[in-house]
Design a protein around this ligand. Structure first.
Ligand code: TXA
Ligand code: MG
Length: 335
């Protein structure tokens, strides 16, 4: 299939009439959001939604997120408890997905047959426009299943070129990791996936929230609440290990012996041999680490190094979400 790559340089003049037509006529479009790139189809077109699963190699029991342009549309698709409405209106648009009971009839493949649906109002100007003209849009991240989510158009092209009708290239996505997912179907909000909206922030806005074990400790996956939790994620082809600072000296020896590379914040790079470090971002602005993470995991696969050793980061704020992704990409070194 021929894929049209559409470059959008300015956030002021956005002409998305072509991708909009593609989605309306049952095609697939990869588009930027403020988190990662998504692979979108019209939520009402069952065949197009089926193709998303085929193209990604995604398991059919892993539901998609529905992207909309307004809270009104969100309330049309999902049943939202009165008590959450002001909060939702305050924090949208933004990098957060709400799991709520389904109100609107949607094709079964969108929600993997569940009675609930994940809905999100993205804040990226291109995504906003696309949702306005062709929404609601069902979209997972625009990567092949198992690979790190794409944070720029090159990564999308690498995974999906020749398999979808259109890829919009609007540069790097600002947050670089997927949206926070919060389940609002029970008595108390439950966080299903940590993301750019941090746990601390959620507690501030919702009061008490439930943080299940599979979120507290990303490896402890038993009977996952979010179906996507049980699949291997975010992983490069080559091995990734996470190490604590207390074993830094030992790791330095491994790195030389095994032709490895250290991934760490710029603040720590001088502890390691210069030619064996990839800088993730800076602890002074930890959002830079989230922004670079997936791109660096993809780049690492293309280097001459055999293995990556990633410094364990303090699990607070956005770095809690970063560590969640890292634990899914690799294993902690036990010495
Ligand atoms: O930032 C994002 O959320 C990106 C951009 C493109 O919006 N999308 C994204 O989609 O990360 P995806 O499909 O890669 O991850 C969606 C996650 C999956 O883990 C899925 O299981 C979960 O959301 N999910 C979707 N609907 C759900 C539901 N009704 N109940 C529980 N989990 C749900
Ligand atoms: Mg994904």
């Amino acid at each position: 299939m021929e894929t049209k790559v559409l470059k959008i340089e300015s956030s002021v003049e956005i002409n998305i009439s072509y991708p909009c037509k593609v989605i309306r006529t049952g095609g697939l479009v990869a588009f930027p959001t403020e988190t990662v790139y998504g692979l979108g189809a019209s939520v009402f077109n069952e065949k197009a939604v089926d193709r998303i699963f085929e193209v990604k190699g995604r398991a059919k029991d892993n539901p998609l997120i529905v992207h909309v342009n307004s809270v009104d549309m969100l309330y049309k698709i999902g049943k939202v408890d009165e008590k959450y409405r002001t909060i939702i209106e305050d924090i949208t648009p933004g990098p957060i997905t709400f799991v709520v009971k389904k109100r609107m009839q949607l094709p079964d493949n969108v929600t993997a047959g569940l009675e609930t649906v994940g809905i999100r109002i993205p804040a990226h100007p291109v995504a906003e426009k696309l949702c306005l003209c062709a929404g609601p849009i069902a979209a997972p991240s625009a990567n092949l299943s198992g690979k790190p989510s794409p944070t720029d158009a090159n990564a999308v092209i690498e995974d999906l070129y020749g398999r979808v009708e259109c890829i919009i290239d609007a540069g790097e996505t600002p947050f670089g990791i997927e949206s926070t997912i919060i389940d609002l179907t029970g008595d108390r909000p439950v966080i299903l996936r940590p993301g750019p909206v941090t746990i601390e922030k959620l507690e501030e806005i919702f009061g008490e929230i439930v943080v299940p074990d599979f979120v507290r400790d990303a490896r402890a996956v038993t009977n996952p609440k979010a179906p996507g939790m049980k699949y291997r994620h975010y992983a490069p082809e080559k091995p990734v290990y996470i190490f604590g600072l207390s074993i830094r000296e030992k790791i330095k020896k491994f790195v030389e012996k095994e032709n490895g590379v250290i991934l760490c914040p710029v603040d720590h790079k001088d502890f390691y041999p210069r030619d064996r470090v990839i800088v993730l971002g800076t602890l002074e602005n930890p959002y830079t680490i989230a922004q670079n993470l997936f791109r660096i995991l993809r780049e690492f696969d293309k280097t001459k190094f055999n293995v990556a050793y990633v410094e364990k980061l303090e699990e607070k704020g956005i770095l809690f979400s970063v560590m969640n992704r890292l634990k899914k990409a690799g294993m902690e070194v036990q010495l």
